[in-house]
Ligand binder design. Structure first.
Ligand code: KMH
Ligand code: ZN
Length: 273
């Protein structure tokens, strides 16, 4: 089995300091959380940024400041900025980090309910995102919350509307309104992938570690972090993203799966440094 790539989704756009005081807003806090995750074994940081008061933003300058400061401290880490941003943002607003030419960025593969709100990713929007990723030579992490998202992405890739080549998907399971985080659902999605694609799975809330454990055993890659889950165990807040990554590493160690360094992750994902 390939080594395990651990992604840390350190902040997200929705969770707040009221829910867990360690959720990062400022640049210093973002770097602290990225480093804690990296030191614990994460090869990848999935990045959303906020203004200092916690408001989600896709501002290019804010992304640049966070990315540059993270890279000063942990130069080899892979940073995957979000182009999902927060519900309600426009496509142009969301696309701003692609102008920083990251090696990868997320590309969301369809509209879905997101709690009480709707996360909009129409096919025309996806075509615009695909065009930008192709022009700026960015490898997408295709985010799928539903089987229909995976099917749409595969069809649009075939038509050349989204980037092809070596494909990487992240299945996000357990968002209220989308696919429930069950192992049969995960297997259904994984079985629909092209055989040479790489994949990651993300379990939301209390499903974070059960989905991680199943994914580690199945040969996929995993995502943990505050974006998805704030608790290290039932009723106990995690002190840092590093604490969540360390738990994932312990599970991987028990299952005999080695952890990929950032450069090993680049090889697995087909990235050129
Ligand atoms: N914040 C969610 C509405 C992504 O990063 O691409 C979307 C999201 C997906 O987090
Ligand atoms: Zn995200």
């Amino acid at each position: 089995m390939e080594k395990l790539i651990i992604t840390a989704a350190i902040s997200g756009a929705e969770v707040t300091k009221e829910q867990n005081p360690a959720v990062p807003y400022t640049v210093e806090e973002v770097v602290r959380e990225a480093k804690s995750a990296y030191d614990a074994g994460a090869a990848v940081v999935h990045l959303h940024v906020r203004t200092d008061d916690g408001t989600p933003t896709q501002d290019k300058a804010r992304f640049k400041q966070c990315i540059d400061t993270i890279k000063n401290v942990i130069p080899d880490v892979i940073i995957i900025p979000s182009t999902g941003g927060a519900v309600g943002m426009t496509a142009e607003e969301r696309l701003q980090p692609t102008e920083l030419f990251p090696e990868m960025a997320t590309l969301d593969c369809g509209t879905c309910n997101f709690g009480d709100e709707v996360f909009e990713n129409t096919m025309p929007m996806m075509r615009d995102f695909g065009k930008r990723f192709i022009e700026n030579n960015i490898k997408p992490e295709y985010e799928c919350f539903e089987m229909g998202h995976l099917d749409t992405a595969l069809k649009m890739i075939k038509k050349g509307e989204l980037p092809g080549g070596s494909l990487h998907f992240n299945f996000v399971l357990g968002v209220f309104g989308c696919t429930p985080a069950t192992i049969p659902n995960l297997c259904w999605l994984v079985n629909a992938l092209p055989s040479d694609a790489t994949w990651c799975a993300t379990g939301i809330g209390r499903s974070e570690f059960p989905i991680a454990a199943a994914t580690i055993a199945m040969g996929g890659h995993i995502r943990v972090g505050f974006e998805d889950n704030l608790f290290i165990e039932k009723g106990v807040l995690a002190k840092s993203n590093g604490e969540l990554v360390a738990k994932a590493v312990r599970i991987a160690n028990e299952l005999g799966r080695e952890i990929a360094t950032p450069d090993e992750a680049r090889r697995i994902l087909g990235l050129k440094k």
